[in-house]
Ligand binder design. Structure first.
Ligand SMILES: O=C(O)CCC(=O)C(=O)O
Ligand SMILES: [Fe+2]
Length: 158
């Protein structure tokens, strides 16, 4: 967490990352286009382990002239998340776009991969997915103190 804060400048002194969500995706699994909501705004940082994936971005369904468009027509581009990479999504990309991961077992790299030139892969490459674990690291204003919560349900030893 400290290294993310120091090396990226993405979090400020008062918004240090204090929340980590662990997700596991088997090949063929993904996550529907969604927004992360106000609770974590304006920064989400994600570490990708075990396998690459492709993170897709979509115009928000609330955008003018977007409500009649299909999901595919709202797709504005994607980012290849390589194994052991860190990605930051901030500000307008966080607020005014949805993000998701398609439910496919293999990704064919197309022109829509915005960071293709910064990877070792080429257009048209087919990358079979393996099991991916993502660590989604964010700042949340109010966290629950788990030791206090546990003590509500029974005698809690210090
Ligand atoms: O696994 C990922 O990279 C994305 C996860 C995500 O978008 C979420 O949990 O809200
Ligand atoms: Fe998300």
């Amino acid at each position: 967490m400290d290294r993310i804060t120091e090396s990226t400048g993405a979090f400020t002194a008062t918004t240090q990352p204090n929340h980590c969500l662990v997700n596991e995706y088997r090949p063929g699994q993904g996550i529907m286009p969604h927004e992360d909501g106000n609770m974590f705004y304006p920064t989400v940082s994600t570490i990708t382990l075990g396998s690459h994936t492709v993170l897709d971005f979509y115009k928000h369904i609330n955008d003018e002239d977007c409500d009649t468009l299909s999901v595919e027509d709202r797709h504005i581009g994607s980012v290849l998340l390589e194994r052991r990479s860190l990605v930051l999504v901030q500000d307008s990309m966080y607020k005014t776009h949805l993000h998701g991961i398609k439910e496919v077992a293999c990704d064919t790299l197309s022109q829509s991969i915005a960071n293709l030139d910064h990877t070792e892969h080429s257009l048209g490459d087919q990358l079979p997915r393996d099991t991916r674990v993502s660590l989604t690291i964010r700042h949340v204003n109010k966290t629950t103190n788990i030791s206090k919560s546990i003590s509500l349900f029974g005698k809690h030893k210090k």
